[in-house]
Design a protein around this ligand. Sequence first.
Ligand code: GCU
Length: 429
Amino acid sequence: MTYPFDRIVLLHASLSVLCRRWAWGMVGCFFLCSAGYGQDAEQVQGLKLPSLLGPSAGLGRSELRQRWEGHRRQEILQQFEQHVYGKAPHQGFEVTVLNTDWQWVGPYAAKRKTIQAHLAGPMGSLEFKVTLWLPEKSLGPCPVFLGMHLFDSGSLQPVLGQPWKGSSSKGPELASQNPSWLWQQLFVRGFGAATVDADEMDPDQHDGFKNGVHGLFHDANRQTHGDRDWGTLAAWAWGLSRALDVLARDQEVDGERVMVVGHSRMGKAALWAGATDERFAMVFSNNSGCGGAALSRRRHGETVAHINRVFPHWFCSQFHAYGDAEDEIPVDQHQLIALMAPRPVYVASALEDDWADPKGEFLSAYRASEVYSLYDKAGCPGPAQPELNQSVGEGVGYHLRSGRHDLTTFDWMCFLDFAEAQAHRSKRK
Ligand code: GCU
């Protein structure tokens, strides 16, 4: 059982009422348990989820926080590496900036920089570029949204964080159909944007982990890719960190305010990047679904068995052992969201995106809020899913948008409002 401190105080109060007025006390206890994170940490709407904080009977909030920071966070991170995404190399690489080219882009009153970088690993090297857009009128180093995409980053208006240029539908509400709108919104609010091409880091194909960054570390003497070695999502997440290395060296970028954003498979990569690299100031996941924000144990929409069958290269090989055995995965995705704490994180779902399991995405955000409560942050309210098209939460943001699997202007509007609100909150502290 996990009871954050404020819940313990409330529980205590409820129990004293219980002694005096048995019936009203029972009602109080019922509300306490049903409204907050104070319910049994392992029981969420009939699901048995791995615990976030471990056995916590008798522990106060500061002890739980010490435990989280001391070892529990690290333990969970390692379990994700060992069982889900695979372990990326932490050493043996070097990023060098080769060339920076920039030009003014009139209609947006913005500057576009193309930064060519070189990445060297023990078995080879590759080049990649980061395209950076900065508003013309930036007062000092600029906060930047960074996202990967899977098409030409030379495009004048790449849609950051989106895995493909087209989308499952068409309409002015889609960010990909309306890039000028997105660019204006970002610049007017003082944000920059940066993109990196996922294909340059690791092509989205199953080739036995030889191409892209995997190849730089692939030992020719080793015949097999180990069960716990990194898959493509981990390679993309790692690539986002290398892009952050590049951005952090640019004097016009505020390296402490780089936010990572991604839709769908790029949303999965953005979450893993935020978990593995605490330099990311905020993390935004849009419709990331299975292997992203959605709880695997719900087996709703895309399942672990399906994702491993269709995309055998995305996760580590060990994850394949859990197809149809989700309860045996030592972790679940609410713990991934919690790994961002106390940094702000936002999870976005779409009503008609059943494949990504909007309810499972919401429950992750809601459950992860237990860790945010250790840092005095309200988190994402629950357990009922918020009303349609309403952005909720502090520390952990969430919305359920009407419509399909897409990254829309509504999603971006919520992300930008959340990012601004968080920035103001941290200024007040
Ligand atoms: C497929 C896949 C999803 C993924 C999506 C995408 O639908 O099953 O897991 O999120 O592609 O990236 O577009």
